[in-house]
Design a protein around this ligand. Structure first.
Ligand SMILES: [Zn+2]
Length: 370
């Protein structure tokens, strides 16, 4: 990509010639801002996060209902930039993009025990035939059932990496901080299928590398910490966090070697990794989570493949999430000043704004470019 300055010169030449069709005018941008009248009193909850306040006041998002937000044109542009980075890194590890239905059957969730395990946070509803359905918070069940339905899946087709970028739902008791903790949000979720635990471990390493690339490209300092597997199950798990005061996760980070862990209680201690550093407590916003699942889902849902010897065996799985809308808000949260919104350059809705000189008395329209 060309530096912003060079690009803007190139684009201005195109505009002058009338050959550039994709010009966005500031004057036409749908960016409803919250303008506070002089001496006006703003009635607002104190519990708003910095990013929520800025994104709302500057017309990036607008609340539809508690925990659900409209992504306005600026927010949508930023999301698309993040999706492009993710798609690019997923392509490099041969992950294929698909779309699974958001509506899944209650029976499916009962078969793995998560109907009870997730409990009230699971968004459930009933159709006209009184059948229970779930607005999915994640898709391990759905994608495993899909794999189980493929006849004669061969070891030759593995490893298989499938991902999607879709809305997810969680019936939060108290949605808060705008896009940081909503009831409806957008996630990228990747599911991997391997022939053995060793092969699944190799896939886990490859995806972890892709995640590091994604976070490097976003350009915000992040912590990767070992984590507990929780309701997801499995053996190995890591979380990715942006350090921020508003973050609800408690992390222990080694000041010496960078080792980190996510714990319920935050008790500073000596680093188990390097032995000479001390673990320091810091709050973080969880923006990604990876799990090595083993056969937790493939056994109850009977997702099998045919081995080299022609036998049938259960698929070894992994699950990898990225909170897409949360990354946008967390980026703004980390970088912004209380009254000045700042984006990571890679996700900024626009990077160049051209203000043309006055022609006679008329001020030409101000233009924003990608
Ligand atoms: Zn250490």
């Amino acid at each position: 990509m060309l530096p912003a300055q060079e690009r803007s010169v190139m684009l201005m030449k195109k505009i002058a010639k009338g050959t550039h069709r994709n010009v966005n005018y500031v004057s036409r941008l749908f960016q409803p801002q919250n303008v506070v009248p002089k001496d006006g009193i703003v009635k607002r909850e104190d519990s708003l996060s910095k990013s929520q306040k800025l994104m709302h006041d500057l017309g990036v998002i607008r609340q539809a209902s508690p925990g659900a937000f409209h992504l306005l044109p600026l927010g949508e542009r930023s999301l698309q930039k993040l999706i492009r980075i993710v798609d690019d890194e997923m392509c490099k590890i041969n992950a294929q993009k698909l779309l699974l239905p958001l509506l899944t059957s209650g029976e499916l969730w009962k078969s793995t025990g998560r109907w009870e395990d997730i409990g009230e946070e699971l968004f459930t509803l009933k159709d006209r035939h009184d059948r229970e359905l779930v607005l999915s918070p994640t898709h391990e069940e759905a994608v495993t059932e899909l794999m189980a339905s493929i006849p004669q899946l061969s070891y030759r087709q593995l490893p298989l990496l499938l991902y999607q970028v879709t809305s997810k739902f969680r019936d939060e008791m108290r949605p808060r901080f705008g896009l940081l903790r909503g009831r409806e949000f957008i996630m990228k979720d990747l599911y991997t299928f391997d022939t053995s635990a060793e092969a699944a471990s190799e896939t886990y390493k490859a995806v972890s590398k892709a995640y590091d690339n994604i976070f490097r490209r976003i350009g915000i300092q992040y912590f990767k910490v070992s984590a507990v597997t929780g309701v997801m199950g499995g053996s190995v798990s890591h979380e990715y966090h942006f350090p921020a005061a508003v973050g609800e996760a408690k992390l222990l980070i080694c000041e010496s070697c960078g080792y980190g862990t996510s714990l319920e209680s935050c008790v500073p201690s000596e680093c188990p990794e390097c032995g000479h550093g001390f673990l320091k407590c810091c709050p973080g916003i969880e923006v990604g989570h990876t799990f090595l699942l083993g056969t937790k889902y493939s056994v109850p849902l009977k997702a099998r493949f045919t081995t080299v010897e022609g036998k049938s065996d259960f698929l070894q799985m992994g699950s990898y999430g990225l909170g897409m809308t949360r990354i946008l808000a967390a980026g703004v949260e980390v970088l912004s000043l209380p009254d000045e919104m700042r984006w990571p350059i890679a996700l900024a809705p626009f990077t160049v704004c051209i203000v043309p000189p006055k022609v006679r008395k008329e001020v030409r329209k101000v233009q924003w470019l990608t």
